[in-house]
Design a protein around this ligand. Structure first.
Ligand code: GAF
Length: 379
């Protein structure tokens, strides 16, 4: 295994543990997690492998196989002995140590090699995969005995309070708790989860991931602004979170501007998640497309987190015969997903490529999604 070979070369010993944690696609339930709502993500077959050994001091040595180093050049590990030495991607790793220690766990330093294959910038949550792979390895090494949900929450805390990105719990939960062949339903208030089986192949269907290649930067303030809109709308309505809005018409009548639009999205999106789960339970997988389309339109028009590249990918997919399509993840670029009958996949791809060509945009990348396993130990 590449991470193990690199570990031996960098540190002159074997790693004690090797863990893998996946990225995710969200099927539906977007920007609902931090409103105490419902989400329905699944793990993708790409993720982060973390090879880890303990140290008996507090230094963290960290090597990424995706880091710069240059062809033929032996990459040098970062050496981090103070929290404020962590920069860039290493903050996601060091933040996990910080969060575990803040929670009172006696975690010392470590030697680490990171090997990731989540398509970069595609919005498939490589950062959650990175956090969760390290959290799982440390829990295992130090025999902390933490539940996967707790490790997801600590990973979220690392991202919120150490990295400074105010994300919800969806991505870390998807990475830690997903099961192969299942989507993960999560109630983000009670934190109850359920792995719901979804056999697309049996229906002659597939989910195509369309990576627009467009800039995807959630930390630039837009995400935090949406969160603030939701929190102030909830305060105006006198509810704990937008999850608690039961009479949408009455709520909308009391709001205007951005808050009104955000509430419209969040409340209807929660209903769409429940409706989609209902269809899956009824074995009506072929019928979920309309909910995906409605989710996209709501994210585009009410939540205003789509982008021209995402909209064109969705519209072209539908023209090509997709049963439904939507942006997935935080938005402002990243990926769309299209639910496609197997015999339509080529046509959908061709239609999207053509639409991008016509606009002079760089070609998008396509990845067939499969519903992969959550975090697991490799060695
Ligand atoms: C990002 C965040 F990290 C998630 O918590 C979630 O809010 C998502 O955007 C939008 O649904 O991936």
């Amino acid at each position: 295994m590449r991470a193990v070979d690199a570990f031996r070369a960098a540190y002159g010993r074997d790693p004690e543990r090797v863990w893998h944690a996946p990225g995710r696609v969200n099927l539906i339930g977007e920007h609902t997690d931090y409103n105490d709502g419902f989400v329905l993500p699944f793990a993708v077959p790409w993720g982060v492998t973390a090879a880890v050994s303990r140290r008996d001091d507090d230094t963290i040595r960290l090597l990424s196989l995706q880091g710069s180093g240059g062809e033929g050049q032996a990459p040098e590990p970062l050496v981090i002995s103070e929290y404020d030495q962590a920069q860039g991607w290493s903050r996601y790793v060091v933040g996990v140590f910080w969060a575990l220690r803040e929670a009172g766990h006696a975690v010392r330093g470590a030697d680490i090699v990171i090997d990731g294959d989540v398509p970069q910038g595609a919005g498939l949550s490589s950062s959650a995969a990175l956090e969760v792979s390290v959290a799982m390895a440390l829990d295992d090494l130090y025999e902390l005995g933490l539940a996967r949900l707790d490790l997801a929450l600590l990973s979220q805390k690392a991202e919120n309070d150490f990295v400074g990105m105010p994300c919800g719990i969806m991505d870390q939960a998807a990475s830690a708790l997903s099961r192969e062949g299942h989507v993960l339903f999560m109630d983000c208030r009670s934190l109850a989860t359920r792995n719901v089986p979804l056999d697309l192949a049996a229906e002659g269907l597939q989910i195509l991931i369309i990576d627009t290649g467009a800039h995807h930067e959630l930390a630039d303030g837009q995400y935090a602004r949406r969160r603030r809109d939701c929190e102030s709308a909830a305060a105006h309505l006198g509810v704990r979170a937008l999850r608690d809005v039961t009479d949408l018409a009455a709520a909308l009548a009391r709001l205007d501007g951005d808050e009104r639009k955000r509430v419209q999205h969040v409340v209807t999106e929660n209903h769409r998640v429940e409706a989609l789960i209902g269809l899956l339970r009824a074995g009506a997988v072929r019928e979920i497309g309309a909910l995906l389309n409605a989710s996209h339109i709501s994210l585009r028009d009410q939540y205003e987190v789509s982008s021209p590249e995402l909209d064109v990918a969705v519209e072209a997919s539908l023209r090509g015969g997709a049963r439904g399509a939507r942006m997935t993840g935080g938005g402002f670029g990243g990926s769309a997903i299209a639910l496609v009958a197997d015999d339509r996949a080529d046509q959908v791809r061709a239609e999207v490529v053509k639409a991008y060509e016509e606009r002079g945009w760089a070609a998008p990348r396509f990845f067939p999604a499969s519903l992969a396993a959550g975090a697991h130990r490799l060695q």
